[in-house]
Design a protein around this ligand. Structure first.
Ligand code: CA2
Length: 147
């Protein structure tokens, strides 16, 4: 059975508590519940990790090797700055879908650049927290096409 890691970066532990106009009302626990429900429906496994620390996210990506088959990754603001996360994705060779709750292209110009996108199989942005279970579904479809 395929296993997908849903990885969240800095400040995403704050979901549902602030800025509902941008990030919605769902908490990270709600998001994880939605992904678990989607995974049960699809017949895959899903695991979760969130950290506010760049190095912990690098460790989580490296640690996914041989444990998970793909990663759904909302790297938060590190998306726009982190060569280390780009390199970690490349080093593992695991398929990664970059995810954003907000439409980063409709926001400040510093959010228009992703350091990660070229190492990812695809990007989902602007669909709210509903993007997470969609990304789990898309990752499973990707994995089924490559197995
Ligand atoms: O839209 C996204 O998912 C982002 O990855 C979220 C990041 C932002 O830096 C990216 O440009 C786009 C920020 C996450 C902050 O999350 C919060 C959630 C609730 C309240 C405050 C912050």
């Amino acid at each position: 059975m395929a296993s997908i890691l849903v990885l969240n970066g800095p400040n995403l532990n704050m979901l549902g508590t602030r800025e509902p106009g941008i990030y919605g009302a769902a908490t990270l626990a709600d998001v994880e519940q939605d992904c678990t429900a989607a995974a049960a429906e699809l017949g895959c496994q899903v695991a979760f990790f969130q950290s506010n620390f760049e190095g912990a996210l690098v460790d989580a990506i490296q640690g996914a090797m041989g444990v998970h088959d793909g990663i759904v990754f909302n790297a938060g603001a590190y998306t726009h700055t982190s060569i280390a996360l780009h390199d970690a994705i490349g080093a593992t060779g695991l398929p990664v879908i970059e995810l954003h709750i907000s439409n980063v292209y409709a926001r400040e110009s510093f959010r228009h650049k992703s350091m990660l996108a070229r190492a990812c199989v695809g990007v989902i942005a602007g669909l709210g927290t509903a993007g997470y279970p969609l990304a789990v579904r898309a990752m499973l479809t990707h994995l089924q096409g490559t197995s």
